[in-house]
Ligand binder design. Structure first.
Ligand SMILES: NC(=O)c1ccc[n+]([C@@H]2O[C@H](COP(=O)([O-])OP(=O)(O)OC[C@H]3O[C@@H](n4cnc5c(N)ncnc54)[C@H](O)[C@@H]3O)[C@@H](O)[C@H]2O)c1
Length: 323
């Protein structure tokens, strides 16, 4: 199938492009390289450097690609930054995303697969989080993703553009080629491994008095290869709707730090900081729906294998993609 991938030079997008190419799909990547890396893009894919803000050019690229489906990863994704510059988030993630939706309709694309997030749920009423729980985002990032989910509903209803929206929990891990190299890194595992690599002196834990067994926040980590696999399943006819993607198992911040120590063999100095506003104590997914309807199963569910894959990538790429 011909597939256009936006944000395909980013962390999760690059791993998905790799798997799409592996599966024999013809892939065009569209990315403005604001965050992504050219060398992360699988050489089998065609690469176009373009911002989704360029409405006419986006339509041209979608048409030229002949895409039957679009996988839409491109977004700004820093929760803290979205609280200080909400306009940028709504513009990039919603308004520019609209250019992509209009291009998809104009070019006759059949389906769009969207990277949504568990941040659309805000503070969940109960755990594990199922897709039918109320969505009440507590930051502009989550709100922008929820707004795009709603646009998808309207575009399906009014233009027949089918969609699958995946609400990822904490993406983690690496493939041999693709790993995490964000300019501003806010994710726990790469930040802890930076210490193990000798690139940072210590790691910080925000909040040690949560109502959890060791007092630190619990999150659900899902390997990027498992996320990529779900996207490929979503290309199949009949796959439609909203799906959580997580392991259903939560690990605390201290458990993650301990696992990084075990895997790397390096002791990690930790500095305890106060809670950050808006961090729920626990976020754990139910991915039953994706398992039932898409036949998806995480192949790398264990924290050890997730951390070990990330450690292998960071050791091989101590300067990240270096571009
Ligand atoms: N990383 C996670 O844990 C996580 C969790 C939930 C959801 N998500 C979502 O998954 C997607 C991918 O996340 P990631 O961690 O790989 O992020 P990333 O920043 O590594 O990748 C995003 C890519 O999109 C590109 N991009 C952004 N705005 C663009 C624009 N206007 N035009 C063209 N390209 C643009 C960036 O250059 C980058 O390569 C995002 O939509 C994010 O919101 C990520």
């Amino acid at each position: 199938m011909k597939v256009l991938v936006t944000g395909g030079a980013g962390y999760i997008g690059a791993a998905c492009v790799e798997q799409l190419c592996e599966a024999g799909h013809t892939v065009t990547v569209l990315d403005n390289l604001r965050e992504g890396h050219r060398s992360a893009v699988d050489p089998r894919a065609r690469f176009v450097r373009l911002c989704l803000s360029e409405r006419e050019a986006v339509l041209r690229v979608v048409r030229e690609s002949g895409a039957q489906a679009i996988v839409h990863f491109a977004a700004l994704a820093l929760v803290g930054e979205s609280m200080t510059d909400p306009s940028r988030y709504f513009r990039n993630n919603v308004a520019y995303g609209l250019n992509l939706l209009d291009a998809a309709v104009a070019a006759g694309v059949r389906k769009l697969i969207f990277s949504s997030t568990c941040a659309t749920y805000g503070q969940p009423e109960r755990l594990p989080i199922t897709e039918d729980l109320p969505q009440r985002p507590i930051n502009p990032y989550g709100e922008s993703k929820l707004m795009f989910e709603r646009l998808l509903g309207w575009y399906e209803r009014l233009h027949g553009l089918e969609f699958v929206a995946f609400r990822y929990f904490n993406a983690a891990g690496a493939t041999e080629r693709c790993g995490e190299d964000h300019r501003v890194e806010t994710h726990l595992i790469p930040n802890v491994l930076k210490v193990a690599l000798g690139r940072a002196a210590q790691c910080e834990i925000y909040g040690t008095d949560y109502p959890t067994p060791d007092g630190t926040c619990i999150r659900d980590y899902i390997h990027i290869s498992d996320l990529a696999d779900a996207h490929i399943r979503a290309l199949a006819p009949g796959a439609r709707g909203f799906f959580n993607l997580g392991n259903g198992a939560g690990y605390s911040v201290r458990e993650v730090v301990r696992m990084c120590e075990e895997v790397s063999g390096v002791r990690i100095p930790v500095v305890e900081r106060p809670r950050r506003p808006g961090d729920p104590p626990r976020l754990v997914a139910s991915a039953e729906k994706a398992m039932r309807e898409l036949g998806w199963r995480p192949r790398f569910p264990g924290l050890r294998e997730i951390v070990a894959s990330a450690w292998a990538w960071h050791r091989a790429h101590p300067d990240g993609y270096a571009d």
